[in-house]
Design a protein around this ligand. Sequence first.
Ligand SMILES: O=C[C@H](O)COP(=O)(O)O
Length: 251
Amino acid sequence: MTTTISPLIAGNWKMNGLRGSLDELTALAGMLTTGEAPRALVVICPPATILSEVVHQGATAGILAGGQDCHTESHGAHTGDISAGMLADAGAQYVIVGHSERRADHGETDAQVCAKAEAAIGAGLKPIICVGETESQRDSGDAENVVAAQLAGSIPEAASQHEVIIAYEPIWAIGTGRTPTIEDISSMHAAIREKLTARFAEKGPSIRILYGGSLKPQNAREILAVENVNGGLVGGASLLAKDFYTIISAV
Ligand SMILES: O=C[C@H](O)COP(=O)(O)O
């Protein structure tokens, strides 16, 4: 039986965005409210400093907000960190965990990513759990094994009862303008679906699997049409309302 999954397009603003960026949010909200109703859920994950503005300004256009990371603990002496509960308190509904930039810059392990996803679920957020291989892992034919191991280690058991989202982001495609072939995207997403279904039984077919990595207005239509691609996690192209709207409209 085929499960229908409503697509989701999330914009990850990363460490980009001052108050001025909210003009782009206003522009996006305008496009979403005056244009054809989007066929995807739209989420923006801005820097935490402007999260509550995104929550409030986005609400009129149905734009949901998410954090870019959270701590494994709910509170405590962790200077500079932010908990899942704090993100929820600010109005976020989603949080990205295990982005490759955090895995690389902060040495995050699958176990930590799993604990963050668990903390997110505990706070009532939907974690967007990122996985993806390096270029050398792909070149040596290890991509599917690497991603399978990340999935096994990064998704908490609580995913059988709560909503989680997987984002497949080949690291070498992030911010580079390069993307895997459609065949490679298709086979990786099928492999991820198989793993999810093997582990979470009837829940597996309904878990969204996003594609991320140089998703642009020019390639969105083709990539988002691939089976088992249930939306996208967009970096650079989410910073400009016009580009992000084009990607949303490509669903
Ligand atoms: O979180 C988003 C991804 O890292 C993709 O970034 P990008 O669209 O700039 O390649």
